[in-house]
Design a protein around this ligand. Structure first.
Ligand SMILES: [Mg+2]
Length: 312
């Protein structure tokens, strides 16, 4: 799409037009060989890329095409949130199989909705044919003060946004041939990258932060490893989605909530008022071998990590 003529005449060109007609002015700067973006003075460019593959990250039977587009885009944008960056634009690399051709317009619509909800324009992309649907989204953002994983110190307080477990409950229901509850389904199908929330947390003094795409246990371990600290999570404090037990809440991936550490307590009530989203104190940062412990009824157990997309 950076150079429409390179796609050749005929069907591929038609497919690009299908997407462009859906995007309208939500796409910007497409039509030259590459896109030129300005980064606000004093800020740095923040870039990340994320692939969503059919039968790895989602199954076609679970979601509508627009939801698949939304979800792939939101997942990529969540990595900008994790850095407390402001989105500037996204690039889309789409691999499309024959059986997805009729759904391209809906897919494109979901991508554009998610991008524009986050304030990002569609600034370019690429279209290829393949056996299965693959949506690779590259996100571009900027910030003067990136929130990193490596800034947590012993004595810091650990916080998480939102309620955990919804996506795992949805996958469990689908795997058992049931329909998930509307709440659990929405958490999987329409995740929201916590972009403004991350900026609030960074301004409030977050020493480190990460988004929970690999599950709370897994991403807390990533933060612990990057910061060289031990993290203790109080199981009783975990904010759980309706129907989620502690194990589900701490293992559930694809949450796209934020896990942050701070030196001083945060005003969780002010956060809740501003974003209509909970902010919960769930543990502490300690000195020790990098890793995560779960405190369950006074017992300390090493937190299981690792995350398999389809094993809730
Ligand atoms: Mg991430």
């Amino acid at each position: 799409m950076s150079d429409e003529t390179s796609l050749g005449p005929g069907r591929e060109f038609d497919l690009v037009r299908v997407m462009m007609s859906r995007w309208g002015d939500r796409a910007r700067g497409i039509g030259d060989d590459a896109t030129v973006l300005s980064v606000p003075t004093g800020e740095q460019l923040v870039v990340s890329t994320d692939a969503s593959l059919e039968d790895v990250h989602f199954r076609r039977a679970w979601l509508a095409p627009a939801e698949i587009g939304w979800r792939a885009t939101a997942a990529a944008l969540s990595d900008l949130a994790a850095m407390a960056a402001t989105p500037l634009g996204i690039l889309i690399a789409l691999t499309l199989s024959e059986r997805w051709l009729d759904d391209l317009g809906e897919l494109a619509e979901g991508i554009a909705e998610s991008a524009s909800a986050a304030g990002a324009s569609i600034v370019g992309g690429d279209l290829t044919r393949g056996e299965q649907l693959a949506i690779t989204i590259t996100v571009l953002g900027s910030t003067a003060a990136p929130m990193r994983r490596d800034g947590a110190h012993p004595g810091d307080i650990l916080w998480v946004t939102g309620q955990l477990g919804g996506p795992a409950l949805a996958i469990a229901a689908w795997n058992e041939g049931r329909q998930p509850t509307p709440e659990a389904r929405a958490r999987f199908a329409r995740p929201v990258p916590r972009i403004r929330e991350a900026q609030w947390l960074a301004r409030a003094g977050a020493s480190a932060g990460i988004d929970i795409s690999d599950g709370l246990g897994g991403d807390a371990a990533h933060l612990a490893a990057a910061s060289g600290v031990r993290i203790a999570i109080d199981a009783d404090a975990l904010p759980r989605a309706p129907g989620a037990d502690v194990s589900t809440a701490q293992r559930s991936g694809e949450e796209y909530e934020l896990l942050v550490t701070t030196r001083s307590p945060l005003d969780a009530a002010a956060f809740q008022r501003e974003f209509n989203l909970s902010l919960t104190r769930i543990g502490t940062v300690e000195q020790g071998d990098p890793g995560v412990d779960l405190l369950i009824g006074g017992e300390r157990v090493a937190s299981p990590t690792g995350y398999d997309h389809f094993s809730p």
